[in-house]
Design a protein around this ligand. Structure first.
Ligand code: FAD
Length: 470
C-alpha cells in the first residue's frame, strides 16, 4: 500500500458509489486512491446484494420453470432436483469474477487501492488499518465518503445469521428451510422470499404497513401482490412482531395486529429480517472532523455532494435518497465531475426502481398516487401482457404496462411495468422521461415485433389515443 503522497481524491468505500467514483476520477486525470475494508471491491451490491441475489433468483427460477413449465413446452425429463451447493457455487463464482473484474479496472485506470479500514484524522487525512495488520495514512485534497449501508435489525431481534438471518445470511443458507418467515415486504424481502419459495420453502411475509413495497404504484402493487399470492407466498400485513423465541429447534414469533389486539404465534425454521438498511459510518471518525449526520445517521450533502466540512463529500447509500446501486453510481460520477471543475447532475425523479421477482416490476417517474397528490390533470394508458404476442408466444403473459401522462401536454410523468423482463424494458421509459417525451413520441417509434417492448408502445397509444391490439 502507498498513500503518503497527496491524492486529488481519496474515496472511502469500494461499493458501486465508491468504485465508480474512483474510476471516473482517474479517467478525469485526478490522482485517486480508494480505501475498502472488505478485502474485495464492489461493496454490498456485488458481494452481498444485487449480484448474488440475482444469481439465486435466476437459478431458482430455472428450477421452478423446470418443475412447472417445461412440460407444457414439450420439454420432459424424468426428475429434477436442487443441488444447493452447486447453486451457491455458481452464485459465488459470479460474485468473485465481478469483484476481481473491478480490481482489474482499478489497475487499468491507475486507481490506487488500499485494503483496510479508513478513519478520518483530519479533513484531508485518513488513517487506514490495513487488512495485513499495518497502518498507513492516506492524504487527499478531496475525500469522498462512500461507506454505504448495513443491515438493520428490529428492536428485540438479534440476527445470528443461522436461524435469524439478514439478507446476507439468506443468500447463503445451507439447506432449504421448510418454513421461512420474512419480516418486511420491501423489495429485498420479496426477492429473497421468492428464491426460497421457488426452492420449496413455505414463505410467510409479515409487514407492519398495510401494503407491500410502499413506493410502488397502487394499482400495480395490487396485481403484484396477487401474483405473489398465486405463487403461494403468504402475506400478513398490518402485523407487527412483538416477540422472538429461538430456544427450540426453530423460531417462534409472537405477532400482534399493528394497531394492537390479540397476539398469535408463527413458527419458522428460518426468519429473514429485511426491515430496511441503515447508513454505515461506524468507526469513521466523523465526529472528529465535525461531519454532521441526520437523525437516521445519513450524511446531508448539498447539490455538489459536499458535506458541511470543506473538502469532504459523500455519495451513495450513506446520503439521503433511494438506496440503490445505480443511484450510488450516478452520485459518484457527478461528485467527481464537480471536484474536477466540471458540471455533474443526477435527476432523482428519474431513478428506475426494479423488483427482480418473476415477473419483474419496474418503474420510473411518478406513481398515480403521486400525480394525484400534485393536483396535475393526467391520463392513464394501460396494456396487459396478455394481449402481447411475444408474451403469449412464450406463455409468460402475466403483467401490464401503465403509463401516466399529463392531460394537457401528453408529457409522460411515470411508467410502471410488470413483465418478465420489466427491469430491461423500463429504460426506454427512463429515456423518454429524461427527454420530456410525450406518450405519442413513444407510440410513434417503430418497435420490433414480436417483443414485449411493443406493450410499452401500445400503452403509450392507449394514453393519448387507442391501442391496436386490445
Ligand atoms: P456499499 O455498496 O454498501 O459499499 C460501501 C463499502 O464501503 C463497503 O464495501 C464497505 O465495506 C466499505 N466501507 C465502509 N466503511 C469503511 C471504512 N471506514 N473504511 C473502508 N471501507 C469502508 N440495489 C440495486 O440497485 N439493485 C438491486 O438489485 C439491489 N439488490 C440488493 C439486494 C440485497 C440483498 C441488498 C442488501 C442490497 C441490494 N441493493 C440493490 C442495494 C445496493 O446494494 C446498494 O444500494 C449499493 O450497494 C450502495 O452502494 P454504496 O457504494 O453506497 O455502498
Amino acid at each position: 500500500t502507498s498513500g503518503s503522497e497527496e491524492n486529488d481524491v481519496v474515496i472511502i468505500g469500494g461499493g458501486p458509489g465508491g468504485y465508480v467514483a474512483a474510476i471516473k476520477a482517474a479517467q478525469l486525470g485526478l490522482k485517486t486512491t480508494c480505501i475498502e475494508k472488505r478485502g474485495t471491491l464492489g461493496g454490498t451490491c456485488l458481494n452481498v446484494g444485487c449480484i448474488p441475489s440475482k444469481a439465486l433468483l435466476h437459478s431458482s427460477h430455472m428450477f421452478h420453470e423446470a418443475q412447472h413449465s417445461f412440460a407444457s413446452h414439450g420439454v420432459k425429463f424424468s426428475s429434477v432436483e436442487v443441488d444447493l451447493p452447486a447453486m451457491m457455487a455458481q452464485k459465488d463464482k459470479a460474485v468473485s469474477t465481478l469483484t476481481r473484474g473491478i480490481e482489474g479496472l482499478f489497475k487499468k485506470n491507475k486507481v490506487n487501492y488500499v485494503k483496510g479500514y479508513g478513519k478520518f484524522i483530519s479533513p484531508s487525512e485518513v488513517s487506514v488499518d490495513t487488512v495485513d495488520g499495518a497502518n498507513t495514512v492516506v492524504k487527499g485534497k478531496n475525500i469522498i465518503i462512500a461507506t454505504g449501508s448495513d443491515v438493520k435489525s428490529l428492536p428485540g431481534i438479534t440476527i445470528d445469521e443461522e436461524k435469524i438471518v439478514s439478507s446476507t445470511g439468506a443468500l447463503a443458507l445451507k439447506k432449504i428451510p421448510k418454513k421461512l418467515v420474512v419480516i418486511g415486504a420491501g423489495y429485498i424481502g420479496l426477492e429473497m422470499g421468492s428464491v426460497w419459495r421457488r426452492l420449496g420453502s413455505e414463505v410467510t411475509v409479515v409487514e407492519f404497513a398495510p401494503d407491500i413495497v410502499p413506493s410502488m404504484d397502487g394499482e400495480v402493487r395490487k396485481q403484484f401482490q396477487r401474483m405473489l399470492e398465486k405463487q403461494k407466498m403468504k402475506f400478513m400485513l398490518k402485523t407487527k412482531v412483538v416477540g422472538v423465541d429461538t430456544s427450540g429447534d426453530g423460531v417462534k414469533l409472537t405477532l400482534e395486529p399493528a394497531s394492537g389486539g390479540d397476539q398469535t404465534t408463527l413458527e419458522a425454521d428460518v426468519v429473514l429480517v429485511s426491515a430496511g438498511r441503515t447508513p454505515f459510518t461506524a468507526g469513521l471518525g466523523l465526529d472528529k472532523i465535525g461531519v454532521e449526520t441526520d437523525k437516521v445517521g445519513r450524511i446531508p450533502v448539498n447539490e455538489r455532494f459536499a458535506t458541511n466540512v470543506s473538502g469532504v463529500f459523500a455519495i451513495g447509500d450513506v446520503i439521503p435518497g433511494p438506496m440503490l446501486a445505480h443511484k450510488a453510481e450516478e452520485d459518484g460520477v457527478a461528485c467527481v465531475e464537480f471536484i474536477a471543475g466540471k458540471h455533474g447532475h443526477v435527476d432523482y425523479d428519474k431513478v428506475p426502481g426494479v423488483v427482480y421477482t418473476h415477473p419483474e416490476v419496474a418503474s420510473v417517474g411518478k406513481t398515480e398516487e403521486q400525480v394525484k397528490a400534485l393536483g396535475v390533470e393526467y391520463r392513464v394508458g394501460k396494456f396487459p401482457l396478455l394481449a402481447n404476442s411475444r408474451a403469449k408466444a412464450i406463455d409468460d403473459a402475466e403483467g401490464l404496462v401503465k403509463i401516466i401522462a399529463e392531460k394537457e401536454t401528453d408529457k409522460i410523468l411515470g411508467v410502471h411495468i410488470m413483465a418478465p423482463n420489466a427491469g430491461e424494458l423500463i429504460h426506454e421509459a427512463a429515456l423518454a422521461l429524461t427527454y420530456d417525451a410525450s406518450s405519442e413520441d413513444i407510440a410513434r417509434v417503430c418497435h420490433a415485433h414480436p417483443t414485449m417492448s411493443e406493450a410499452l408502445k401500445e400503452a403509450a397509444m392507449a394514453t393519448h389515443d387507442k391501442p391496436i391490439h386490445i
